[in-house]
Unconditional design. Sequence first.
Length: 290
Amino acid sequence: MANLKEVKERINSVSSTQQITKAMKMVAAAKLRRAQEKIVQMRPYSQKLTSILNNISSGAEGVADIVYAQERSVSNLLVIPITSDKGLCGAFNSNVIKATNAVFLENPDKKITVMPVGKKAMDFFKKQNFPLVSDYAGLFEKIAFQPIKEAAEFVMESFVGGEFDQVILVYNQFKNVATQVVVKEQFLPISKLDADGEENKAQQDYIVEPSRDYIIEELVPNSLKIQFYKAILDSNASEHGARMTAMSKATDNAGDLLKDLKLVYNRTRQAAITNEILEIVAGANALEGK
């Protein structure tokens, strides 16, 4: 059985760790609230913009002329895994990396380039044998639309220029504090909708000014930039939710461990006291027997 000093040191160590995890949980909760507000406000706009774009493009005779919707034989694939800059958020980052590796396995005959977003993705994939686009790994240092827009523009220009034939985003989609779903989403080329769908039939009555082609030309790039921005915001909110959940579990586990350690401490102390009493009684009996 451990001595009292060792048990006391472990109790102090676990208590300190519990205080840290509790503080990190509170910080993550505060950041989550702000991040959740951003993604909740962004989603309706992004979804409506995408809906308008898809309906207009699906009804356009020149849909094939949209440069961002041109499908071609996929030889060069760009994969964009979006992780966090920091750890201590459970399986948040490892889930994205696993899903990205699954994309690699699904495309064994393609030339794959990785554009990591987030330091954790950068740290992992720079050790692999894939070509890297590392210019946008630090987007989470300060989340703002302008640098994210520049990253999206780079991807769009590379696609139009023929450097990549397909672009896939891999990120955590925020559902709630306890649930984040890993999503593999085709960013380019733009997926075509089924023009025969009931929803499309109900939404084809747009009055387009000045012209359908002009609207598509302006709307498509903006929609793609908003889609990329939404993925970043989704991942950001998911990170804080995952960290809050992980720190909450760590705090609870530390509490359970403290209970066990205090029980061991009390038993050890009681055993030490009992041994001292026995030694005193034995000594007294020895003196009486002289």
